[in-house]
Design a protein around this ligand. Sequence first.
Ligand SMILES: Nc1nc2c(ncn2[C@@H]2O[C@H](COP(=O)(O)OP(=O)(O)OP(=O)(O)O)[C@@H](O)[C@H]2O)c(=O)[nH]1
Ligand SMILES: [Mg+2]
Length: 214
Amino acid sequence: MSVSAEDYTADQLEKARVLFSGPCDFMLGVAALSQLPEDSLPEIAFAGRSNVGKSSLLNALTGRNTLARTSNTPGRTQQLNYFNLGGVMHIVDMPGYGYAKVSKTQRDDWNALMRAYLRGRPSLRVVFILVDSRHGLKDSDIEIMKMLDETAVSYRIIMTKCDKARGAQQEMLREKIHPVLKKHAAAYPDIHFTSAVKDYGIKELRALMRSYAV
Ligand SMILES: Nc1nc2c(ncn2[C@@H]2O[C@H](COP(=O)(O)OP(=O)(O)OP(=O)(O)O)[C@@H](O)[C@H]2O)c(=O)[nH]1
Ligand SMILES: [Mg+2]
């Protein structure tokens, strides 16, 4: 089966490979909106539940094991971590949501930061909502989708850890998730499958991301 509904030419895949093998630098962690960097480059944000594999996917995309900190204590990162990819785009690794042990205050703070960020960031081209293939969409994902619908920020579902859910299971996920996406105004209908561990769907995701920068 195909990794994604979208197909890329050899040239697009190669240009994306070159982009992601070039510099990608951590810029800063943003805990308050006043700290946001200048709105100068197209921006893609990675959102998703704690432990879904946001940081791991970012590392796989850039071929660097230690760019984004992985498996940190869930729910502790409360910052938007900004990366500069080759001077052409910002990638934002967001704090994970949906972690049960987070206090209400922390959750409210996170929601307020998210909402303000999503409302006031014209350069934000798309949010990737990462979803663990073993778990599928959860209520907290739906909440984020609603927030994105309200703020009119378009988003895509990126399935992670597909090494743990193969062929038939991926089809089942697709069948379950497609009808949900149709009900959400700002959602792209297609679903992209990845594994950071098996390097699956990574080169296509690079091409997809690059398409937002050019
Ligand atoms: N099997 C498998 N495990 C993965 C994959 N990607 C990440 N993991 C594991 O999932 C756990 C969480 O990964 P992270 O990348 O830290 O997840 P995160 O979404 O950044 O987590 P928070 O920053 O806490 O929200 C780690 O133990 C990773 O090794 C994958 O593609 N396959
Ligand atoms: Mg992380």
